[in-house]
Design a binder for this molecule. Structure first.
Ligand code: SF4
Length: 485
């Protein structure tokens, strides 16, 4: 029977006619879940905002003008945007500043200009709806009404949720991974992001958060970092961050990075700056460009790879000014400019948004899409956070469209563990939203705490409002527990 069935099936196969073959070849592949389109980058016209109607291109391109005209208060936002926003929107923002914000407001004009980029601004309140729903606005200018009212914070949210300060080898130098360190060289940025994972330390205090402060003198702190690295040859890779390196005066940043390059065990240095996106005028300035050329020459002469990491979360942030800054950096000869975005609900948590951003980075600005981090478990972040299962679906959804080398990994930064790919949990209780993770190295916190070969497991928690009703009910009954079984 089997033989007959096979024979019968094969006999039905006939070669396509020439016409059918031509039609099939001509039509290409079937329609795809994501429709790739090569798009030109757009610099929105800042003159659409009443407060910037007379701002010249020369001023706009000047980093000092950008810094001097940053928006720091609701009143300053009103001076720029005026009646294009309803009063209810300003009131919503003021309430968030008072009752929820973990970061103070700081928006360079370049950043604000990418919000609600192409709208009819002729009528009173004309951009309110677009402003409220805009992905850049949702993380750079958070409103009280954005936040969850049921669970504004996860019960296990913490100020320094990654315990970076617990792992400081010297003040500001986090030694969490065996061969790499994070050097926080400055605790400020040219822009403050509402979801900042270093909200404990970075920026100005808010009514809700009195910030921690470095106590050492800046010069002593940087020297202590260099001394530690000079005597710790197991470290080969330094992320120079903050804050944002664009807020360390260039001569001091150049001096520090030059000293790093001269440490013989250091092979990779990455400068972390969201300002490539938020204040590209800084990275395009002559002083910084010439300084980067000197650093690249020095790095090459010591066989050190120098790269810049930035942080964009939405395609509309990649404008011609950002592309010019990134391409200018690449022209200095550094290894790469890479993007580490943050996955956030309502900002970029769809396959389309992640791929649109990745293609804008790659095609438009020659920036390598590298990581998307799950938003960390800091206070008042539940409305931004996504579940591990949603992140797994998104990782699956974006595979196959970009070149493999430019396909961003979606990672979860698990407290006490470090970055893990979202498909890597050891176990995952989807009902209660608890994933269990392990790692293959020890941090300084585990010195002597484990026998060789023992595996430590740590937990990560999905946002409670994303769980099935039974899981949400479990949390309502157990939220005050200190330990979760
Ligand atoms: S630029 Fe980076 S360090 Fe600064 S506020 Fe934003 S996320 Fe935090």
């Amino acid at each position: 029977m089997t033989d007959i069935a096979i024979h019968s099936h094969v006999s039905q196969l006939t070669a396509p006619s020439a016409t059918e073959l031509a039609a099939a070849l001509g039509s290409g592949l079937p329609e795809q879940p994501y429709a790739y389109q090569s798009r030109s980058l757009v610099e929105p016209d800042w003159r659409r905002f009443p407060g910037w109607r007379n701002v010249s291109t020369a001023d706009w391109n000047n980093p000092q003008w950008q810094r001097a005209h940053c928006i720091k208060t609701v009143a300053q936002l009103r001076q720029v945007v005026g009646e294009l926003l309803d009063d209810s929107c300003y009131a919503d923002l003021e309430r968030d500043q008072r009752e929820r914000a973990t970061m103070s407001m700081l928006l360079p004009p370049q950043m604000l200009n990418t919000i609600a980029p192409s709208l009819d601004t002729a009528t009173r309140g004309g951009i309110t709806e677009a402003f409220r729903t805009d992905p850049v606005r949702r993380y750079m200018v958070p409103l009280y009404s954005d936040r969850r009212q049921d669970w504004p914070s996860h019960p296990f949210a913490e100020r320094d949720s990654l315990h970076e300060q617990d792992m400081w080898a010297v003040e500001g130098l986090t030694h969490r991974y065996p061969t790499k360190v994070l050097a926080e060289v400055v605790a400020t940025c040219p822009q403050y992001c509402g979801h900042c994972t270093r909200m404990d330390l970075v920026g100005n205090s808010t009514p809700q958060v009195a910030k921690a402060r470095f106590v050492m003198r800046p010069a002593d702190r940087l020297k202590a970092m260099l001394d530690y690295l000079s005597t710790t040859p197991g470290v080969r890779d330094v992320v120079v961050s903050g804050g944002d390196v664009a807020n360390l005066p260039w001569p001091r940043l150049e001096a520090f990075v030059s000293e790093l390059i001269r440490i013989s065990s250091i092979r990779d240095i990455r400068l972390a700056s969201k300002a490539v996106v938020g204040l590209p005028q800084y990275w395009s300035s002559d002083e910084v460009r010439r300084g980067m050329e000197r650093l690249v020459r020095l790095a090459r002469s010591h066989d050190v790879q120098l790269a810049v990491h930035t942080h964009a979360n939405a395609a509309q942030q990649i404008t011609p000014a950002v592309a010019a800054a990134a391409r200018g950096l690449i022209d200095t000869g550094l290894r790469d400019v890479r993007n580490q975005g943050v996955l956030m609900s309502g900002v970029n948590d769809s396959v389309e948004a992640l791929l649109d951003l990745s293609f804008a980075l790659l095609d438009g600005a020659a920036i390598m899409p590298y990581y998307f981090y799950l938003c960390d478990m800091i206070p008042f972040s539940e409305h931004w956070r996504t579940s591990v299962s949603h992140a797994q679906d998104l990782q699956q959804g974006i595979l196959g469209y970009l070149p493999g080398f430019a396909t961003p990994r979606i990672v979860c930064d698990v407290p006490f563990i470090g970055k893990r790919w979202v498909h890597q949990p050891l176990q995952y209780d989807r009902e209660r939203g608890i994933s269990y993770w392990t790692k293959n190295y020890r941090t300084s916190l585990e010195k002597g705490a484990e026998e060789p070969g023992n595996v430590t497991t740590h937990q990560y928690f999905d946002p409670i409002h994303t769980l099935p009703e039974s899981g949400q009910d479990w949390w309502r009954r157990h939220a005050s527990m200190v330990e979760v079984d």
